[in-house]
Each structure stands twice: as structure tokens, then as C-alpha cells.
Ligand binder design. Structure first.
Ligand code: NAI
Length: 464
């Protein structure tokens, strides 16, 4: 049988498998789902096209989906985030995977296309992180049906590669995008930025299937985005630069969930942290957490480390980078690379220090150290979040896939959040591992606060 995978080196599979075995011991939520659903296999018949950072933790997610009966094809949702040994272990297990750390943008979209190429002709479920897999199919189908000529006017290198891939598929398989779009029963989306895209599509009447917003499960965004970044941000900066963090001045742009974790990460390492925000509520939170809230222009000359966490575009611009001190470190932990104006640095002198670390000379002669070319540095320069917190995120992902696959017909096109009792279930599955003892609610107490003994314990509008 011809090999149906693209990985850096299949010989890395044994090393990958050892790390998968360790990760399993730190992912109690996923292992509990294997136990609960391994016999009934609720995902039988599901052909899942997965686009999510191909890491060790994702490998445990993939194998859980497989135990539950799904057929799976996988790619990474970022050109720098793959862990090649994890990809090799997955390829060797027989799951088609297309992911290499440092792949080109052209390959990125070719691999995104490959995750839909099941023997049956199409996938019927999408598991997405950032929305690129969903975008590929919906954009392709719209072009195919003459509903947009968007692909004639690409505005970035990213779009050039996406549009070229769409044109290639349109030529090779006329009608395929429409068939593929119509075969999708649902999508589960991992991250804030992808969720924004889904709500936007729905608002414009362009979302043809139901989607579950995994990000806004409490056990996802209030844990992965926050505690995950708290561990993985500084990990990325250290692996990239070995810089002394203590005493340095770091600026974190954005104080949402990722910003809160990132600021805590830097503070924990001894840096003096300043925050920029546009939202008065988050700005007030930052101030009352003890951070100085500033505007970038006022601190850009003096700070040592700059991190964007906003999910917004053009947050650190060329005029900012021109003002920075020599050897300032600049990086992003938000989903896309447009938070920093990297394209406007292209005509400067770049010196590659090592993979995903570049030194760029500014007109003044000052140099900046740019991490992962402005792509999410915790996955580009380090290995992303630790397994335990990803277990909570991915337990939500699996529950979302089961819900959409088994009950998708009950949902109209739209964006949904998993019910609170499942959110509480995900948390519950992670307590034993870290020795948490939960107090049992007494019946009279439950009556008094207006909940049931088995939960849910909070109203839907409670904010944690
Ligand atoms: P969020 O919406 O909770 O926080 C973003 C914050 O940035 C908001 O408070 C917003 O007011 C602020 N903001 C927007 N524009 C700004 C500007 N120009 N200047 C300063 N602040 C600004 O979103 P969340 O969940 O924190 O996610 C942020 C990004 O990180 C998203 O792209 C998300 O997909 C990504 N993400 C990355 C992860 C990683 O491991 N690298 C993990 C989880 C999310």
C-alpha cells in the first residue's frame, strides 16, 4: 500500500511513542473517555478531518478519537507547531498525517487539502483550530459556485498559497468542494480566533453546518488559554533566547485569557510586566492584579520583551519596532502572525540565529530578536502547553465531536457551546490526578442555593 503520510522522519516514531506513553499518564480526561466509550464506539462512521497543532498531546487526542471508532486524517494548523516525533508515531500507527515542523505555506495548504481526501471521497466532520480547514472548504465551495471572486485578489503570501491550492483542487476535481461542504455534519473549533471566524460566518449566513465552540467551555479557555500560557510562554522565550528574565521589563499586549496567563508567566519568572489593553474591563483587571497598564508608544523604547496576545492585527507595528532598544525580544502567542507587522520587516537585514529565531537589523542599527517569524511562539519555539491542561481542552473536543456526530441532526447551522454539565464533567475527570478533594453538597444546601446536588452548580451567565 502506498504510504499515506508526510512526516519529517518516520524513524522518530519510537521516540514519539515513548513521549505519547508519558503524556497519556497526564491526560486523565482523554483516558477516561476511552474507558467510557471504548466499547460502544460512538464515533463509528465519522471521518474526521483534523487541523490542529500536531504535538504529542494532539497525538493522544487522535488515538482517543480512534478508540471511539473514528476514521481520521490530520494536519497541523501552523507551519511551526508540529513535533516531528509525535507526527511520526501517529503515521506509524496507520493514521494519515501530513505535518512537518517548518513546512512551507504552500505545503501547509496542500496538507490541509489532504486531510479531506478520505477513500470515500470526503470527510464528514471537521476538528479545527483557528478555522483554516473550515475556511478552505467553505471558500472553495463558494468559488466553485461562482459566489465569490475573492481568490483573484490575494492580499498576503498566506492567501496566495491558499488560493493556489483552491485553484488546483478545482481543476483536479470539479464539484468536489461542494460535495465536501455538503458532507460535513459539524465542526468543533478549538480557539478564540477560530470561534470569532465561525460567529462571523454565521452572521453573514455563510455557515452551512452546526459548529461547537470548544474554546468557550470554561474548562478550555479559563485553563488552556490561561494556565497553559502561564507555563508555555516563558518556556518558548527561554528555549529561543536563554535570556535572563528576572529584572527585565516585559510588555504584554492584551489582557484576555491568554494575556492573563502570559503576564503571570513573565511575572513568575521575575520580569517586571506592563500591560496594554483596549477594553476598560480587562485594563482594570490588569491594574488590580498589580500590573502597570500603559500604551505601547510610552514604553516601546525601554522594554526588553514584547509579547502580543490579542487575536487582533497590527498591534506591534513597524513604527514601534523602529523605536525598540537594541536586542529587544519580540514575539506573539496569539493565533495568527498578523499581530506583529512582520511583512514590513521583509526588506530589512535578517540573520537567522537558529530555527524560529531571527535577528533583524533596523535602520537605526538596533537589532530585534523575532521569535517564530511572529507565529505563536509557545508552539514554534517550545512544545506548547503541558499535557494535563491539554487533556481538559481535548476532552471537550471529543465530547463535541460525539455530540455533533450522534446528534448533529438536532442542531441547525449555528455556533453552540457544550452544556455546563459536560463542562463540569471535564473538570471532575481531572481532579483525582492532582489530589483534589471535592466537598459534597448537601441536599438542603443545594435547595438553599437553588441547584441540584449533582450540578450544574452555576448559572450559564456565571463568569468564573
Ligand atoms: P481574549 O479575547 O480573551 O483576549 C484578547 C484581549 O486582547 C482582549 O482583552 C482584547 O480587549 C485585547 N485587545 C484587542 N486588541 C488589542 C490591542 N490593539 N491592544 C491591546 N489589547 C487588545 O482572547 P484569548 O482567548 O486571550 O486569545 C487571544 C489569542 O490567543 C487568540 O488568537 C487565540 O486564538 C490565541 N490562543 C493561543 C494559544 C496558544 O497556545 N498560543 C492558546 C489559546 C488561545
Amino acid at each position: 500500500m502506498p504510504k499515506d503520510y508526510v512526516v519529517r522522519d518516520i524513524a522518530l516514531a519510537a521516540y514519539g511513542r515513548k513521549e505519547l506513553d508519558i503524556a497519556e499518564t497526564e491526560m486523565p480526561g482523554l483516558m477516561a473517555l476511552r474507558e467510557e466509550f471504548g466499547a460502544t464506539k460512538p464515533l463509528t462512521g465519522a471521518r474526521i478531518a483534523g487541523s490542529l497543532h500536531m504535538t504529542v498531546q494532539t497525538a493522544v487526542l487522535i488515538e482517543t478519537l480512534k478508540v471511539l471508532g473514528a476514521d481520521i486524517r490530520w494536519a497541523s494548523c501552523n507551519i511551526f507547531s508540529t513535533q516531528d516525533h509525535a507526527a511520526a508515531a501517529i503515521a506509524e500507527s496507520g493514521v494519515p498525517v501530513f505535518a512537518i515542523k517548518g513546512e512551507t505555506l504552500e505545503d501547509y495548504w496542500a496538507y490541509t487539502d489532504k486531510i479531506f481526501q478520505f477513500e470515500e471521497g470526503t470527510a464528514n466532520m471537521i476538528l479545527d483550530d483557528g478555522g483554516d480547514a473550515t475556511l478552505y472548504i467553505l471558500m472553495g465551495a463558494r468559488v466553485e459556485n461562482g459566489e465569490t471572486d475573492l481568490i483573484e485578489t490575494p492580499t498576503s503570501e498566506e492567501e496566495v498559497c491558499l488560493f493556489n491550492q483552491i485553484k488546483k483542487r478545482l481543476k483536479e476535481s470539479p464539484g468536489w468542494f461542494t460535495r465536501q461542504r455538503d458532507a460535513i455534519k459539524g465542526v468543533s473549533e478549538e480557539t478564540t480566533t477560530g470561534v470569532h471566524r465561525l460567529y462571523d460566518l454565521h452572521k453573514k449566513g455563510l455557515l452551512p453546518f452546526p459548529a461547537i465552540n470548544v474554546n468557550d467551555s470554561v474548562t478550555k479557555s479559563k485553563f488552556d488559554n490561561k494556565y497553559g500560557c502561564k507555563e508555555s510562554l516563558v518556556d518558548g522565550i527561554r528555549r529561543a533566547t536563554d535570556t535572563m528574565m528576572a529584572g527585565k521589563v516585559a510588555v504584554v499586549c492584551g489582557y484576555g485569557d491568554v494575556g492573563k496567563g502570559s503576564a503571570a508567566s513573565l511575572r513568575g519568572a521575575g520580569a517586571r510586566v506592563k500591560i496594554t489593553e483596549i477594553d476598560p474591563i480587562c485594563a482594570l483587571q490588569a491594574a488590580m492584579d498589580g500590573y502597570e497598564v500603559v500604551v505601547l508608544e510610552d514604553v516601546v523604547r525601554d522594554a526588553d520583551i514584547f509579547i502580543t496576545t490579542t487575536g487582533n492585527k497590527d498591534v506591534i507595528r513597524i513604527e514601534h519596532m523602529r523605536e525598540m532598544k537594541d536586542m529587544a525580544i519580540v514575539g506573539n502567542i496569539g493565533h495568527f502572525d498578523n499581530e506583529i507587522q512582520v511583512t514590513s520587516l521583509k526588506n530589512h537585514k535578517w540573520t537567522n540565529v537558529k530555527d524560529q529565531v531571527d535577528m533583524i537589523e533596523m535602520p537605526s542599527g538596533n537589532r530585534i530578536i523575532l521569535l517564530s517569524e511572529g507565529r505563536l511562539l509557545n508552539l514554534g519555539n517550545a512544545t506548547g502547553h503541558p499535557s494535563f491542561v491539554m487533556s481538559a481542552s481535548f476532552t471537550n473536543q471529543v465530547l463535541a465531536q460525539i455530540e455533533l456526530w450522534t446528534k448533529g441532526k438536532d442542531y441547525k447551522p449555528g455556533v453552540y457551546i457544550l452544556p455546563k454539565h459536560l463542562d463540569e464533567k471535564v473538570a471532575r475527570l481531572h481532579l483525582k490526578k492532582i489530589g483534589v478533594k471535592l466537598t459534597e453538597l448537601r441536599l438542603d444546601q443545594a435547595d438553599y442555593i437553588g441547584v441540584t446536588v449533582d450540578g450544574p452548580y452555576k448559572s450559564d451567565h456565571y463568569r468564573y
